[in-house]
Design a protein around this ligand. Structure first.
Ligand code: FE2
Length: 136
């Protein structure tokens, strides 16, 4: 069973970014499924790396949009992105040194909660702003 499922209530109203979020959900599920199925460390490392890389690319795409539309909450939003990437990289490095299934599960649950809250609070806020910009 996947850790997290995409549904329409998670939409931010911008197609490309919704697709990114769906891809992040898939990448997180792949990591979760990987360690649930007892995959080897190397495969898990690759899945986690792919997840963090996709996340970083997605954040950059959002941040470009903020710059292009002079989004007023850009600084606070980007701080959330940077904090997440820093914690993600820290845990990835710790797992690389010393693989631990409990830490992997904690990380997956942390990322799931982070993603759901971030989309609900921070991302939906820019969705409303971008929509208002489009209507002007
Ligand atoms: Fe975001």
């Amino acid at each position: 069973m996947p850790l997290i499922a995409w549904d329409e209530t998670m939409s931010v109203g911008i197609r490309d970014l919704d697709e990114d979020h769906q891809n992040l959900v898939k990448a997180l599920n792949r990591f979760f499924d990987g360690f649930s199925a007892g995959q080897d460390r190397k495969s898990l490392d690759r899945l986690l790396d792919a997840l963090l890389e996709d996340t970083q690319e997605h954040f950059l795409r959002e941040e470009k949009l903020f710059a292009a539309t002079s989004y007023p909450d850009a600084a606070a939003h980007e701080k959330e992105h940077n904090d997440l990437l820093a914690s993600g990289a820290k845990v990835r490095d710790a797992l690389r040194d010393n693989y631990d299934a409990t830490i992997s599960l904690e990380l997956a649950n942390f990322l799931k909660d982070w993603l759901l809250h971030h989309i609900e609070d921070a991302d939906k806020k820019y969705g409303v702003y971008m929509k208002a910009c489009d209507e002007q």
